[in-house]
Design a protein around this ligand. Structure first.
Ligand code: NAD
Length: 429
């Protein structure tokens, strides 16, 4: 994920610096927020099915916990780096602050391709991750969750390992657990539907009629699937194309249908790693194009929901003149150079840590339910999610309009302001 040309942490710091200038933050406040508070890198020895022992590397970064325990997912990805985890941890701080949930920012990762592991190896790796970091986790310290390459079942194993090590049942140490094992109803669709709730608010602001709008989605994992499904089921719009990375061919493809894709059908032929079955899609009449084709579709909304660094100066030039909005389902999908292109073209942006805050919002609801040992109805979870996302969007829009700034800058201004206030109230600065 981090390459020579794209370092997500540099991007995260660059975005922060820009907002810090706008907010005229003092140097010592900047110094605290430009870097994570704590970082851990640890070995995870795992016995493989063939009897050998393989050493994996795990990371956990706690960027800031002024507003509450650090919070953020654990990624299993072969190209995971400390800088990726740092960037994601920092974005989590802003995400929780912009969504106004009482949590800080953290992130974790393991350098591994989970698709290459057996179920038993995966379980031992998850338990090993907790063995390596458990003393620095806890419901009041740092609460991980799933992310790219990790699943609710994996969170269930991690919660179990932590509970064994501490000698008590501690469901609140991790969120995104399976329902029935401390998980919340609605968590699965929370991020994708949250993306849709912010798109709905943006459409109202731009006076677009949702039912007449079209979209293209990059990525068909947890976020992309529910963004695509939500775009048609919750808004009444049409998704003309979705793309995914095919883990067998190691190539990305775009799947489209001029009258709109059927998100539920595509989901039914997608594996747990977000690879759509090409043969089944083709048999159902889908047109299959190259991985970048989603980007140049004549649609109203683009939803990058795969990985960071996808919209670059070069790819942003290929965006159709019809596009009115980019809703960042993924974390950090747009480079600063591409941001400048979007700004200059007047494309409305829903920035990542606002747009995809639905997952962490329902994770927070999950912690609340764990604490109370009382579980809410599905409908109640989604209703509260809708309220939170709507309020977060309106807060950022108000800041953007009041200061005549781009939505990303406005989101940073809202988020940093909340974090700095908490640091002041705690007497840190
Ligand atoms: P996932 O692993 O479930 O899915 C990722 C998808 O992206 C897969 O379909 C994969 O094939 C696809 N992909 C990867 N590279 C691609 C490429 N070059 N072109 C097209 N498709 C490509 O991951 P996810 O949980 O859906 O997360 C996606 C993004 O959203 C990440 O940036 C993640 O950090 C962010 N996010 C996730 C959540 C969550 O709750 N899952 C919450 C907030 C943010």
């Amino acid at each position: 994920m981090t390459s020579k040309s794209f370092n997500p942490f540099e991007v995260a710091q660059q975005q922060f610096d820009q907002a810090a200038d706008q907010l005229k933050l003092d140097d010592h406040v900047r110094a605290i927020l430009r870097w994570p508070m704590r970082e851990f890198r640890f070995q995870i020895p795992v016995r493989m099915d063939d009897g050998s022992i393989k050493i994996f590397f795990g990371y956990r970064v706690q960027h800031n916990d002024a507003r509450g325990p650090a919070k953020g997912g654990i990624r299993f990805h072969p190209n995971e780096t400390l800088d990726t985890v740092r960037a994601l941890a920092m974005w989590m701080t802003w995400k929780c602050a912009v969504a106004d949930i009482p949590l800080g920012g953290g992130k974790g990762g393991v350098v591994v391709d989970s698709a290459t592991l057996s179920v038993g190896e995966k379980e031992r790796l998850c338990r090993g991750f907790i063995d390596g970091i458990w003393k620095n986790l806890g419901p009041r310290i740092d609460v991980p969750a799933p992310d790219v390459g990790t699943t609710p079942q994996m969170m269930g194993w991690m919660m179990d390992e932590y509970s064994k090590l501490t000698g008590q049942y501690v469901p609140g140490v991790i969120t995104g657990k399976p329902v029935g094992s401390g998980g919340s109803l609605g968590r699965t669709e929370a991020t994708g539907f949250g993306v849709i709730f912010t798109i709905r608010e943006a459409m109202r602001h731009l006076k677009l009629e949702a039912a007449r709008c079209t979209a293209a989605v990059q990525g068909f994992g947890n976020v992309g699937q529910y963004a695509a499904i939500g775009f048609s089921e919750l808004l009444g719009g049409r998704v003309l194309a979705v793309s995914c990375y095919d883990r067998h061919d190691k190539t990305a493809y775009t799947f489209g249908r001029p009258d709109g894709v059927d998100g539920r059908f595509l989901q039914s032929i997608t594996d747990q790693y977000g690879t759509i079955d090409k043969a089944k899609a083709q048999a159902a009449g889908y047109v299959i194009e190259g991985g970048d084709a989603w980007l140049s579709k004549d649609v109203d909304v683009l939803i990058p929901a795969a990985l960071e660094g996808q919209l670059t100066a070069e790819t942003a030039d290929r965006i159709s003149p019809q596009v009115k909005m980019v809703a960042e389902g993924a974390n950090g999908p747009t480079t600063p150079e591409a941001d400048a292109v979007l700004k200059q073209r007047g494309i409305f942006l829903i920035p990542d840590f606002l747009c995809n805050a639905g997952g962490v919002t329902v994770s927070y609801f999950e912690s609340v339910q764990n604490d109370a040992n009382y579980y809410w109805e599905h409908e109640a979870v989604l209703r509260r999610l809708d309220q939170k996302m709507g309020a977060a969007f309106q807060g950022v829009l108000k800041m953007a309009l009041a200061h005549d700034v781009y939505m990303r800058d406005a989101a940073y201004m809202v988020a940093i302001d909340h974090v700095v206030k908490a640091m002041e109230l705690r007497g840190w600065v």
